[in-house]
Design a protein. Structure first.
Length: 400
């Protein structure tokens, strides 16, 4: 087995069980390894540190599969890792009844570059690293055995595959396409999931708990949902809780197909009052300014934008975008109104995000208080040694 020899001092992060080895940490490769091959990562003084997947095209030159240097990385290894990830979810009562569930959350489940989401009896897998690509068959076999799913679809079309020198790959890996559309029920609301062309693996499962919170907060309120996609937050606001749903929900997105899907999702729930829902196809930044000019106000605003900063190098430009929408959001809130604001950008940490939102509130001339910090659902765990796994961060603010 080839050895990846590190520069002196570059072993510290691996000794803390952080799974990434950057190209700048590597002194040289001793031996031959192809993309995805397993290598032993070795410190400059010769200490074996981890077994890792080699990726010569990526700045992340290796991703650790195991910190047990005696581990054998083979088909059985992946079967055990996949089964362990599925079992962790099964052990959490709050996840037991979920029809939409993340089964594998990449590094945080010890499987770098592997995402697997279940929608009913369909599992969608996304492989984004050279190592995950090499072990596709073992990973899929592990998923089928651990879940008993009827079918597995691959959505390995993320742009990050290009950084690994990998081409996009999509298609059925196990079973056949279902006869009709795939639907799930979340907190009593039915939603269709487009696993072939939808964002990510078809749905934003990470926001499940936050959508439930919105339902609890929406009774009788005028709600504005920005970047609404297929209406997950919007429909939960309309559903509400025992006290009732929102008085009205204005949903804004720049994609007409997404809005069409959102309206179709609303139709899947005849108990919800479609007359209280308005779908607007527009650039969110422009629409927020138009609403402010028109003198509109809302009691509750959701800002859940796409990833403005995929890496730290994009942080400055992304910061301006986050500040802009949060400033406008604060201005559009009625006194005492609630703002649910999020960032899913890996390049924007929680501390920076809070500073951006604080600056936006000050510039809007409003005072705001954090009611709750928001994060991903329990099926999106974060390994303590891998803080980068906590990509979704949010704040629930009360704005005076």
């Amino acid at each position: 087995m080839a050895q990846l020899i590190l520069h002196p001092g570059k072993e510290r992060s691996l000794m803390r069980h952080h799974p990434w080895v950057f190209d700048t940490s590597v002194m040289h490769l001793d031996g031959h390894a192809r993309p995805g091959d397993t290598v032993t990562v070795v410190s400059a003084d010769g200490r074996p540190l981890a077994k890792a997947a080699f990726s010569p095209r990526s700045k992340i030159r290796a991703r650790a599969w195991s910190f047990d240097v005696e581990a054998t990385i083979d088909h059985a290894f992946f079967k055990r890792r996949v089964a362990a990830a599925v079992a962790r979810r099964a052990a959490l009562p709050e996840l037991a009844a979920q029809q939409g569930l993340r089964l594998i959350h990449a590094e945080s489940d010890g499987l770098p570059g592997v995402i697997a989401d279940r929608y009913g009896d369909t599992v969608v897998v996304q492989l984004t690293s050279a190592g995950a690509e090499k072990w596709r068959a073992a990973i899929v076999d592990g998923l089928v055995k651990a879940t008993g799913c009827a079918r597995v679809y691959e959505r390995s079309d993320s742009e990050v595959r290009g950084l690994e020198g990998l081409e996009p790959v999509t298609g059925w890996l196990h079973g056949e396409a279902p006869a009709g559309e795939i639907t799930i029920e979340e907190h009593g609301v039915r939603m269709a999931v487009d696993i072939v062309a939808g964002h990510k693996t078809g749905f934003y499962l990470d926001q499940r708990d936050n959508r439930r919170m919105l339902a609890e907060l929406s009774a009788g309120k005028r709600v504005l949902n920005c970047f609404c996609y297929t209406g997950g937050f919007s429909l939960q606001a309309l559903a509400g809780n025992e006290a009732g749903g929102a008085a009205s929900v204005v949903s804004v997105d720049s994609s007409q197909p997404a809005l069409d899907r959102a309206a179709a999702n609303l139709a899947l729930n005849p108990r919800l009052d479609a007359a209280r829902a308005e779908w607007r196809c527009a650039n969110v930044f422009d629409e927020l300014r138009k609403l402010k000019t028109a003198g509109e106000t809302f009691d509750l605003i959701v800002l859940d934008p796409p990833k403005f900063a995929p890496s730290a190098s994009h942080a400055e430009r992304a910061s301006r975008a986050y500040k802009d929408i949060n400033l406008l959001g604060c201005k559009l809130l009625a006194p005492g109104g609630l703002l649910m604001t999020y960032s899913c950008s890996g390049g924007i940490g929680l501390e920076l995000f809070q500073k951006i939102v604080a600056g936006a509130a000050i510039d809007s001339g409003r005072s705001a208080r954090i009611v709750r910090r928001l994060q991903g659902a329990a099926d999106h765990p974060v390994d303590l040694a891998f803080p980068e796994g906590e990509y979704l961060k949010g704040l629930l603010l009360q704005v005076e």
